[in-house]
Write a protein that binds this ligand. Structure first.
Ligand SMILES: NC(=O)c1ccc[n+]([C@@H]2O[C@H](COP(=O)([O-])OP(=O)(O)OC[C@H]3O[C@@H](n4cnc5c(N)ncnc54)[C@H](OP(=O)(O)O)[C@@H]3O)[C@@H](O)[C@H]2O)c1
Length: 318
């Protein structure tokens, strides 16, 4: 079998690094791997993935994609993890957010290959939903309440209109171990652990609900989609909610960390999300129904408590 090419766009980010780690760890891997970065290329990443190629690419302009064509060729699969992914930063610069999060330069580049059949696996978000009920399904109306969510809805629409082989993954909060080269943003479980381990009292929302998903499950989902395309060659147009099996509030997330670590739950002060100005609107309940994910890929995501245990185990004793 000829070797297949996988390009991870945004390979230096949280999910991107976990994906690269999983793909490069496959024994007798049938894949050639490449990834892109935007700000800088950490030395430890190059050392960790010596067989992969790294390219500087800016999705805002498309700069750098030609170099990928020349040195790597047309990918069989592109996993697009690149984004402005911090809602408050998106709110501050809507124009930049749209131009990065809607992958127009990426699809223009892919369209130029003679056989335009690359599978695009694109990361979207649960923040496409308004947040006024529980367990959203993929067919529910998308009513984003902030710029980040709006840019992701625009991206979904752009892909559906302009590409014929894609899987769009509406991911909830992704949690799990730190990456090989630590990412600049704070990770949810590690942040809670840090606060509670110092014995600091902290406020947590009791009325904001998510279905956090363990990072290794997201990787497994992406690998399953990749294998499906490579083995049967049938184009797909898939839209999947990607969440864990549990609907939890921010306060319940903190309580789970406290129980596993043995911290006092009296440190967790329950407050309403409406009592804090975060500089960006945040949907209240965007818990998701993941039936389609489970039935389509026959994957059962890790329960939240188990994922937190694995995450904390990987971080050590705290
Ligand atoms: N993490 C979560 O909890 C979560 C939840 C739901 C959905 N998602 C979505 O999942 C995807 C991956 O998330 P993540 O947490 O891994 O994101 P992340 O850690 O913020 O990584 C973002 C990546 O995008 C790259 N990037 C930023 N601006 C770019 C530009 N102009 N051109 C090209 N690349 C650019 C960054 O490159 P540099 O590092 O080199 O700057 C980095 O590799 C995103 O689409 C995000 O919206 C994430």
């Amino acid at each position: 079998m000829t070797r297949k090419r996988i390009l991870v766009v945004g390979g230096t980010g949280y999910l991107g690094q976990h994906l690269l780690q999983a793909y490069s760890g496959l024994p007798d891997s049938p894949y050639d791997l490449a990834f892109t970065y935007r700000s800088n290329l950490p030395r430890d990443l190059l050392d960790a993935f010596p067989g992969s190629l790294a390219f500087h690419v800016d999705l805002q302009t498309g700069g750098g994609l030609d170099a990928v064509s020349q040195a790597f060729g047309q990918p069989d699969v592109v996993v697009n993890c690149a984004a402005l992914s911090v809602p408050r930063a998106c709110e501050a610069d809507p124009a930049a957010t749209m131009s990065i999060n809607v992958p127009s330069t990426l699809l223009e580049w892919l369209s130029a290959f003679k056989e335009a059949n690359t599978l695009l696996i694109h990361l979207s978000t649960d923040q496409v939903y308004e947040g006024v009920k529980s367990f959203y399904k993929e067919d529910d109306e998308t009513i984003p309440v902030n710029v980040y969510g709006k840019s992701k809805v625009a991206a979904e629409q752009f892909i559906s209109k302009n590409w014929s082989n894609f899987a769009i993954l509406r991911s909830s909060i992704i949690f799990g171990p730190q990456t090989i080269s630590p990412v600049p943003k704070s990770l949810p479980i590690q942040w809670i652990d840090g606060v509670l381990s110092r014995g600091d009292k902290a406020e947590f929302f009791h009325d904001e609900f998510r279905c956090p998903v363990y990072v290794k499950d997201v990787v497994t989902i992406i690998q399953a989609l990749t294998s499906r395309w490579i083995s049967d060659g049938e184009r797909m147009q898939l839209l999947l909610n990607v969440g864990g099996p549990d609907r939890v509030s921010r306060a319940q997330m903190a309580e789970t960390v406290a129980h596993i670590r043995g911290y006092s739950t009296s440190l967790i002060k329950l407050v309403s999300a409406s009592s804090v100005d975060r500089g960006v609107r945040s949907p209240a309940d965007i818990s998701m129904d993941i039936t389609r994910l489970v039935q389509t890929l026959r994957i059962s995501p890790t329960p939240f408590k188990e994922g937190v245990r694995l995450t904390l185990e990987a971080e050590g004793s705290g």
